[in-house]
Design a protein around this ligand. Sequence first.
Ligand SMILES: Cc1cc2nc3c(=O)[nH]c(=O)nc-3n(C[C@H](O)[C@H](O)[C@H](O)COP(=O)(O)OP(=O)(O)OC[C@H]3O[C@@H](n4cnc5c(N)ncnc54)[C@H](O)[C@@H]3O)c2cc1C
Length: 456
Amino acid sequence: MSNEHYPVVILGAGVTGLTLAHHLNKRGANFKVLEKLERHGGVVNTQSEKGFVFESGPNSGIISHPEVVALFDDLGDAIKIEKGNDLVKIRYVLKNGEWHALPHSPLSAISTPLFTLKDKFRILGEPFRKKGNNPDETLAELVKRRMGNSFLDYAIDPFILGIYAGDPAQLVTRHAMPKLYNLEQKYGSFIGGARKKAKEPKSELEKRTDRAVFSIEGGLSGLTNALLKSADEKHFDFACANITVEKQEAGFKVSYELGDEMNVIYCDKLVTTFGSVGLKDTLPFIATKEMQHLTNLKYARVVEVSLGFDQWEGRELDGFGGLIPHKEKRDLLGVLFMSSLFKNRAPKGGALLTIFMGGIRNEHLCDLNDKDLIKVLEREFKDLMKVSDYNPSLVKIKRYSHAIPQYGVNSNERFETIDAVQEQYPGLIIAGNLRDGIGMADRIKQASIIANKLSS
Ligand SMILES: Cc1cc2nc3c(=O)[nH]c(=O)nc-3n(C[C@H](O)[C@H](O)[C@H](O)COP(=O)(O)OP(=O)(O)OC[C@H]3O[C@@H](n4cnc5c(N)ncnc54)[C@H](O)[C@@H]3O)c2cc1C
């Protein structure tokens, strides 16, 4: 029983909680982080076995916000950032059972078999098309309207599978892809808008926000380890069970079990960083209707499999990986060629690949037991990766029942409820991936903004 008082308590020690803790510690603030698990990092978890270094959560991030650059600057020599090599630009998409590289130049866009001739001509008119006026337009509707069906099926659909394990027909553009939405709304076109945006004046940090694909040498846990160290482990309690928050006249009382002990601490500000799952039990003082709005969020279920081969004899791994559009009716979402992108992920001559299965439109695959799952994987993998002798020496399966939140039509209701609840209970900050984006870079940005607010 501690009864201590902290200005800030953070719930969760994933990328969001760790980044916030790092910033607060840097500013000399006093705070406490309570984490449910015995380890930090959340879904970020690099492991090593049999000469392979593999991820069981995210595989890489994108330097897509200046806050990421600033965080890397802060961490300095504590992390060795590894940007993906030139192969990251080559991304394969499956069409009629064959892999085709997504075009990344006007010439390759003309010759690619991924898009129909009609849509290739149609794209020339994209800058002149009227902008949409439905703020809740789905990504599928937007892309069909501006670019055509084949772009939706063979560019956006696999892209969305790669990021959201989702369905473009269920994601609302302004919430799921706000940058794309803003290009159309602000500049009237994706193509023209991207060009104009590139010419706008930028701060030094913005100039260094190069959208590079990154990992850390030795894997992404290098980042979360460095964050824990710079945030100072003394601020953290791990393996906290049954964390419950009560509203006080001013601030909050937080009760939790730590080993055999019941702990109670008090705080002025309380930040949740673990998304919508578990909010109801943790914040029981929030009214039922508001809690329903906060937690009415569908998460894609995903199975992630790391496959390691001592000797690779399949198709050439000359790219970032391959994505498989839903139209192709296959049982894999995509394959990442991890050992081609980053150093020391597999023994020499071998290969490490990450395979994703399931997702919003193929959730039934997540229900298969390991044996049946591996059977499906083997059938698909051998065919798609041209492997005649399937003998991986590493097979690691990780299942996520709540992998990626889907920002669908009810997003606005959720965001408005977050604002209302935070106003009703001053000092409460509901953060995490139920708002502000789903990627690691989005989490870093959100935590950095919250740190600024808490310190002002
Ligand atoms: C399979 C998968 C692949 C992904 N791939 C990519 C990718 O390639 N690139 C990319 O940028 N992003 C990717 N992401 C998304 C990215 O990993 C996440 O955005 C980010 O890591 C989430 O960090 P977080 O701290 O917000 O949440 P989490 O990592 O979920 O951390 C939340 C923490 O809170 C703890 N917790 C839960 N409940 C409580 C409670 N009641 N009290 C206290 N603590 C609690 C949890 O144990 C956890 O440690 C992927 C995610 C998944 C699942």
